[in-house]
Design a protein around this ligand. Structure first.
Ligand code: LLP
Length: 413
């Protein structure tokens, strides 16, 4: 489904006019569609129905409590990567037994918190981390469940900053080493070796790397299952790509599932998925108001009130986000959409055909639900944007716009 469509030349978010939302809540404004979040989840679950996976929403993608709760309410768990995310997930109603905790640098405090909460398992990235979990679990008189993260060394053919399963990346352990680490985990006190984990990268647009990765880890899974009675699960991470450009084909989870489900079924393990972008990316947009239109002899610049601090993906990854007018206009112009931040890298689009908007008009930056607000900052002392959740004809403010007071609230003089 696409929750953001034109009717009479006006952009809607489900049953609400985007222009009305901008009037009511101001700009820049993130707008999410609850129906689309739910539809994405349904599509993923249907694709993988044959292995009835535990779906753990990757909270880093969009950590607003209302988004997490939308998924928690329909039985989804959480993939967290910090104590803060664990706290958010619990607060949004995700049961601890549906929470998995990833990350290369978990601190003792974070591990202790997760052990006390009794989460499903830690995905462990190194031997010293195993030792730390074992030690803390012993001190707390409990058991830490662990899944070793394998780096299967496959090329996900995505941007280098978001590929994680190649041998030069910091994540996980290579296959041979992961096998040894599993034996260490099985020997250490107060640890239970429950599975293997992998996450090969993000915004992956073909099923091939997933199939290669599963093929590579399957023999180790089978051996570990034979050797260790508690070994029961394979977590295959996230990574399914979405449509950012009109000519791009999003990856249908059913296509990935068709490629890997036979192997997963043969393993007979519980399957965990950690989707992020696929669930929220296309379910959100960023609305900005045009402040000025400026020409120089070489270029036209549409200067809007959203900037790299609100959406850093174009600056950081040269990511493409479609930009459309909230009220359709027939004419087009060619140029850049830029923000007010004092950096030449502050752009939302470069060298694009754009709607011929004028001062005061509204633009919508599409596919901004994933890694949008979550990666925003206060750079240039810009208060962070507001966030709104639309459901049918209702719109609810799910995070108020920050104020100047918020900017200094943590400071002491
Ligand atoms: N599991 C783990 C262990 C992860 O590290 C990630 C994302 C996910 C799951 C979710 O991946 P997804 O389904 O969203 O591809 N900021 C970048 C993306 C960074 C991804 C980090 N890890 C971007 O804006 O493209």
């Amino acid at each position: 489904m696409n929750a953001f469509e034109y009717g009479n030349g006006l952009l809607h978010a489900e049953g609400v006019l985007v222009a009305d939302l901008a009037e009511r809540f101001g700009t820049p404004l993130y707008v999410y569609s609850r129906a689309q979040l739910q539809a994405q989840l349904a599509a993923l679950a249907a694709g993988y129905a044959a292995v009835t996976p535990l779906i753990c929403y990757s909270v880093k993608t969009n950590s607003n409590g209302a988004v997490i709760k939308t998924f928690a309410d329909i039985g989804v768990g959480a993939d967290v990567v910090s104590g803060g995310e664990l706290w958010r997930a619990r607060r949004a109603g995700v049961p601890a037994r549906k929470i998995v905790f990833a990350g290369v640098g978990k601190t003792a405090e974070e591990i202790e918190y997760a052990l006390k909460e009794n989460i499903r398992f830690f995905t462990v990235e190194s031997e010293p981390e195993l030792a730390r979990i074992s030690d803390l679990a012993r001190r707390l008189g409990t058991t830490g469940r662990v899944a070793l993260r394998v780096n299967p060394d496959v090329d996900p053919q995505t941007h280098k900053y978001i590929s994680t399963g190649k041998k030069e990346n910091k994540f996980g352990l290579d296959l041979a080493r992961a096998g040894q680490a599993c034996e260490t985990a099985a020997r250490l006190p107060n640890l239970e070796l429950v599975g293997l984990h992998m996450h090969i990268g993000s915004q992956i647009l073909t099923a091939v790397p997933f199939r290669e990765a599963v093929e590579k880890v399957a023999p180790l899974c089978a051996a570990l299952k034979r050797a260790h009675p508690a070994f029961r699960c394979l977590d295959i991470g996230g990574g399914i790509g979405i449509q950012y450009k009109p000519d791009q084909h999003p990856l249908d989870p059913a296509t990935v599932a068709r490629e890997i489900v036979p192997q997963l079924q043969a393993l007979g393990l519980e399957i965990v998925l950690e989707p992020g972008r696929f669930l929220v990316g296309n379910a959100g947009l960023l609305v900005a108001r045009v402040q000025y239109v400026k020409d120089n002899p070489f270029k036209k610049f549409v200067i809007v009130d959203a900037a790299m601090n609100d959406l850093i993906r174009p600056s950081l990854y040269q990511a493409h986000h479609e930009i459309c007018a909230v009220r359709q206009v027939a004419e087009q112009i060619h140029g850049d959409v830029v923000g007010p931040v004092c950096e030449s890298g502050d752009f939302l689009a470069q060298d694009r055909e754009l709607p011929a908007v004028r001062q005061g008009d509204l633009l919508a930056v599409l596919s901004a639900g994933a890694y949008g607000f979550a990666m925003s900052s206060n750079y240039n002392s810009r208060p962070r944007a507001a966030e709104v959740m639309v459901s049918g004809s209702e719109a609810k403010l799910i995070r108020r716009r920050e104020t100047w007071d918020d900017l200094v609230a943590q400071e002491e003089s």
